[in-house]
Design a protein around this ligand. Structure first.
Ligand code: DGP
Length: 142
């Protein structure tokens, strides 16, 4: 719990919001600036700024609730699908990990991804990128 964190305040009940579901590890509530009605945020109760800092034991409970939230959008609101997203540091306006779960329907106006697509300069650049990523993965603790 971090006293100045808005999502910690929501988790502790000091900042009211529309809570959709809660369990021992997570809280799911309506985003107050929704992309579409039903846009939810799923957050861990424990203050972790990003996914990188979230303890292993909290990963599965968080993503189980993300899965439930997306199922609820479909069964409860008639969404055809959903968009799930995490802003990690860049564009992250609240420094408490949160997963956006957003209802999608064909023709809703959200066209593909909203970020630019920049490809590789050439096959060599692509190959170098693959090599760097494989090395970085292999160097990570399991
Ligand atoms: P992001 O850009 O990924 O950091 O999204 C943060 C989201 O959090 C943004 O869509 C609005 C939402 N949000 C910020 N403050 C509050 C709040 O006090 N209550 C609720 N319900 N949502 C909030």
């Amino acid at each position: 719990m971090k006293s100045e964190c808005v999502f910690c305040k929501i988790a502790s009940g000091t900042l009211p919001t529309d809570i959709i579901a809660e369990d021992e590890h997570t809280l799911t509530f309506l985003d107050n600036n929704p992309m579409f009605p039903g846009h939810m945020l799923v957050v861990p109760r424990r203050h972790s700024e990003t996914l990188t800092e979230l303890p292993d034991s909290e990963i599965a409970p968080l993503f189980k609730q993300v899965r439930r939230a997306t199922e609820a959008l479909i069964s409860g609101l008639g969404a055809e699908g959903s968009f799930m997203a995490i802003n990690h540091k860049i564009s992250q306006s609240v420094p408490h990990l949160h997963v956006h779960v957003i209802p999608r329907t064909k023709g809703d106006g959200m066209k593909g991804f909203f970020w630019p697509r920049r490809g590789y300069h050439n096959d060599e650049h692509r190959g170098e990128t693959v090599a760097k990523l494989r090395a970085a993965f292999n160097a990570l603790a399991t």
